[in-house]
Write a protein of this length. Structure first.
Length: 172
């Protein structure tokens, strides 16, 4: 006695196989898109807002005290630092006092000159150096008061000490 399998079962199986294959291709495409986006953008964008160089003047007028976080979105060597720094920012409620600028499309010389116009003194002007690494520019009352260049070379603890020293984080 042979048991005959209805044709509709084969159709249902074919539909399930096709849907599974489509779902796998969709998931792969989504994964690749996410991976590419993360490779070309800073991980900081998930917690802070991005600004362009033309908006800095207005931002300094509206926000008396903030940190300008400048880095390349495509520099893969700073991704692990950014991951650790992002956690530090969230833990210390810095996200509201920080903005991000992507240096990939900036003219470094022109942007350095623009920042030097905000510098409080010649010492700060001389320390301004825009590159593909992480730089933190601390603004108070519309003036650039402190600079941390190549911050990815520092530990989070060292950055914590500097930000406390510069008054961006309350001392415990």
């Amino acid at each position: 006695m042979d048991k005959k399998i209805p044709t509709k079962n084969y159709i249902i199986l074919a539909v399930i196989v096709v849907l599974t294959i489509l779902a796998v291709f969709y998931a792969r495409s989504w994964y690749n898109t996410t991976k590419e986006y993360n490779a070309n953008n800073s991980t900081m964008l998930s917690v802070i807002s991005e600004i362009n160089k033309d908006e800095i003047n207005n931002y300094t007028l509206e926000n008396p005290k903030f940190i300008l976080y400048a880095s390349s979105g495509q520099n893969g060597t700073i991704k692990s630092f950014e991951k650790d720094f992002k956690k530090y920012m969230v833990d210390n409620n810095l996200a509201n006092n920080m903005i991000y600028i992507n240096t990939d499309s900036l003219d470094f010389e022109a942007f350095s000159k623009q920042l030097k116009d905000y510098a409080i003194d010649d010492n700060i002007k001389n320390r301004i150096d825009i590159n593909e690494n992480v730089s933190l520019f601390i603004f108070e009352n519309g003036k650039l008061t402190n600079v941390i260049i190549n911050a990815e070379r520092l530990s989070i603890k060292q950055i914590d000490v500097l930000l406390k020293k510069y008054g961006m984080i309350e001392n415990d």
